[in-house]
Design a protein around this ligand. Structure first.
Ligand code: IPE
Ligand code: IPE
Ligand code: MG
Length: 239
């Protein structure tokens, strides 16, 4: 089996998982956050090099304040508790999204975790926090405009590679496989530029229950796809 180099995941369905079990939504988020660690280890053992997960979108601020606070608390805990584990597993952690509006202490723990793991050579694990593709592209376009005004960049030299290099994902290859859990068939503002030729896999399983069986099923399905990139792949007998 060919293992995708980069898998992106929209971890969805924490709330519905909790509801189905008669629990509060925040319990679902706590379970979902635990599951992230398991999936990281699983993916790495299967040979995945890059894993990028959607933890909090630019639109998620419009949830009830108590839920937003609970999600921020989980992120805070994750940043602190995963330093040791990331070192043990040799994970290199990155964050995409605009973290400048997060609380100071959360920003500090994010930067500490990134810095502490930057030399690691294992799984490249990227967490999207206050991430929205349109926001990312807007920020990139502003930076490009400033660099043009300051003559660091010539308009004629702007190509697709230039644009990619101004995005938060500058250091990452484009995802080969996108997985969204919980049965929703949409992108919800995730990696719109980067997913141009990615294979999609949707499963009804809620994120807290997404495990090895589902990851293997997603990769097996990925292996059945023919990635044509707009070309025609001729086989014998075709005219
Ligand atoms: C995904 O689970 C986690 C975040 C968006 C932070 P949801 O909270 O969206 O769960 P559902 O979709 O309401 O079930
Ligand atoms: C997308 O899930 C964002 C994350 C998983 C962090 P949502 O649950 O917020 O997306 P919608 O609202 O169903 O589109
Ligand atoms: Mg959701």
């Amino acid at each position: 089996m060919e293992i995708p180099v980069h898998i992106a995941i929209i971890m969805d369905g924490n709330g519905r998982w909790a509801k189905a079990h008669g629990l509060a939504r925040n319990v679902g988020h706590a379970r979902g956050s635990k599951n992230v660690e398991k999936v990281c280890e699983m993916a790495w053992h299967m040979g995945v090099k890059y894993l990028t997960v959607y933890a909090f979108s630019t639109e998620n601020w419009s949830r009830p304040q108590a839920e937003v606070e609970a999600l921020m608390k989980l992120l805070r805990n994750y940043m602190k508790s995963s330093i040791k584990k990331a070192q043990k597993n040799n994970m290199k952690i990155r964050v995409i999204g605009d973290i400048s509006i997060l609380s100071e202490d959360l920003q500090t723990s994010i930067l500490t975790l990134i810095d502490a793991t930057k030399q690691n050579t294992g799984l490249n694990f990227t967490i999207a926090i206050n991430y929205g593709s349109r926001d990312e592209m807007t920020r990139a376009m502003k930076k490009i405009a400033v660099d043009c005004l300051e003559q660091k960049l010539q308009v004629a030299d702007i190509d697709e590679a230039t644009i990619a290099s101004y995005l938060d994902t500058e250091e990452l290859p484009d995802p080969d496989l996108l997985i969204r859990t919980s049965g929703e068939l949409r992108l919800s503002n995730y990696l719109l530029w980067q997913l141009a030729y990615t294979e999609f896999y949707f499963t009804d399983v809620y994120w807290p229950e997404f495990g090895e069986t589902e990851l293997r099923a997603a990769i097996a399905r990925y292996n059945q796809q023919e990635r044509r990139y707009g070309k025609v792949v001729l086989s014998e007998g075709d005219r």
